[in-house]
Design a protein around this ligand. Structure first.
Ligand SMILES: O=P(O)(O)OC[C@H]1O[C@](O)(COP(=O)(O)O)[C@@H](O)[C@@H]1O
Length: 334
C-alpha cells in the first residue's frame, strides 16, 4: 500500500509485482533513471555558477543549437543506462540515430529500449526557468540475442511499458507510470532521496488554464484559433487563464495538478507541429491517460499513431479530458 514518505526505491520494489513483466529488470531500469536524475539535477541547480549554460557549439539532428546542459544531460543518462546491463538500445533527441547497447556477456540479452529527451525546455536553461527530462520505455520486439533494430523504437505509444519525466523546478520531482496510475516523488536534496509526495496524480476533468505559444496564433489552423477564442470568451467559467512556461514538462505538470490544456499545434511554419512523437508526445500521452487526462493531435489519439521515423513531429494537444474534447470539437468543425 503506497504511503507518504515512502522512498522511490521502496515504491519501485513494492510495486514490481503489479508490473506485467514483473522481473526485476524494469525496477533496475527505473532505479538507474532515478540515479541519472540526481546527477543531472545537481548540475542544473548550479547551472548559473559553472560553465554549463549557453550553446555547446554543435547542432542536433533537428537543426537546433545544442546547449551545454543538453549535452551534459544526454551523456549522463546514456552513461548511467549503459552501465547497468538492462537496456539494449537508447534513442535520444540529442542523437542522430539510436544507440545499440550490448549486454555485458555480449549476448544482446537485454530486453528494454529507452527513448529520452534529456533536457526539455532548452530555451529556458539560461534564464533559470524550470526545465525537465522525459523518458519512454518499451520491451524490444526483435528477438533477444540479436542487436536492437529501428522497429524496436518505432512502436505505437500504446505499447509503452513505462514513461515519466523529471521536472527541475522549485523542487525536483520524478513523475512516472508503469500503466498502474501516475505517482510523483519529490527529491529531498539534504538526504538525496526521492519521497512519494504526490500519490495517484489525476488531471481534473475540467480546468481553467490554457497553455499555447500565442505568438504563433496567426499561423494556427482555424480550429485552434476558434478554441483559443472560446477560452478567452467572457462566458460561464471563462475566460480561462493563459499560462505558458515554454517547457512542456512544467506546463504539463502544472496542468495535471490544477486542470488545464497544453497545445503545440501544427502551423504554417511547422506543418507537423514542433514536438517529437517518440520521446515527447508518447510518454506525456501515456502519463495523461493514466491520470484520467487525454492526448491527441486534434483528431487521432497520440498513442494510436504508428511512428515511421525516430525524430518525427506531431501536433500535440494534451490535458484535462473535457478541455481536449472541446478543442477536438473545434478542430473537427473548423
Ligand atoms: O518556444 P516554443 O516554440 O513555444 O516551444 C516551446 C516548446 O518546445 C519545447 O521546448 C521542446 O523542445 P526542446 O526539447 O528542444 O526543448 C517544449 O518543452 C516547449 O513546450
Amino acid at each position: 500500500m503506497a504511503h507518504k514518505k515512502q522512498t522511490l526505491g521502496e515504491f519501485i520494489i513494492e510495486n514490481q509485482a503489479s508490473f506485467k513483466y514483473s522481473s526485476g529488470e524494469l525496477s533496475s531500469l527505473l532505479n538507474s533513471l532515478r540515479l541519472a536524475a540526481k546527477i543531472v539535477n545537481h548540475e542544473v541547480n548550479k547551472a548559473g555558477l559553472v560553465d554549463i549554460i549557453g550553446a555547446a557549439g554543435d547542432t542536433n539532428i533537428q537543426g537546433e543549437d545544442q546547449q551545454k546542459l543538453d549535452v551534459y544531460a544526454n551523456d549522463k543518462f546514456i552513461q548511467t543506462l549503459t552501465k547497468r546491463n538492462i537496456v539494449c538500445g537508447i534513442a535520444s533527441e540529442e542523437e542522430d540515430d539510436f544507440i545499440t547497447i550490448n549486454s555485458i556477456d555480449e549476448s544482446h540479452g537485454n530486453k528494454y529500449v529507452v527513448l529520452i529527451d534529456p533536457l526539455d525546455g532548452s530555451s529556458n536553461i539560461d534564464v533559470n526557468v524550470s526545465v525537465g527530462t522525459i523518458f519512454s520505455i518499451y520491451r524490444r520486439v526483435t528477438p533477444v540475442g540479436t542487436p536492437v533494430k529501428i522497429e524496436d523504437f518505432l512502436q505505437k505509444g500504446s505499447k509503452q511499458v513505462a514513461a515519466g519525466y523529471i521536472v527541475y523546478g522549485t523542487s525536483t520531482m520524478l513523475v512516472y507510470t508503469t500503466g498502474d496510475g501516475v505517482n510523483g516523488f519529490t527529491l529531498n536534496p539534504a538526504i538525496g532521496s526521492f519521497y512519494l509526495s504526490h500519490p495517484k496524480m489525476e488531471f481534473p476533468e475540467d480546468g481553467n488554464i490554457y497553455s499555447v505559444n500565442e505568438g504563433n496564433y496567426i499561423q494556427f489552423p482555424q480550429g485552434i484559433k476558434d478554441y483559443i477564442k472560446y477560452c478567452q470568451k467572457d462566458e460561464g467559467d471563462r475566460p480561462y487563464t493563459s499560462r505558458y512556461i515554454g517547457s512542456l514538462v512544467s506546463d504539463f505538470h502544472r496542468n495535471m495538478i490544477k486542470g488545464g490544456i497544453y497545445m503545440y499545434p501544427q502551423s504554417s511554419k511547422n506543418p507537423k507541429g514542433k514536438l517529437r512523437l517518440l520521446y515527447e508526445c508518447n510518454p506525456m500521452a501515456f502519463l495523461a491517460e493514466q491520470a484520467n487526462g487525454k492526448a491527441s493531435d486534434g483528431f487521432t489519439r497520440i498513442m494510436d499513431i504508428q511512428p515511421t521515423e525516430l525524430h518525427e513531429r506531431v501536433p500535440f494537444i494534451c490535458g484535462s479530458r473535457n478541455m481536449v474534447d472541446k478543442c477536438e470539437e473545434f478542430m473537427k468543425n473548423a
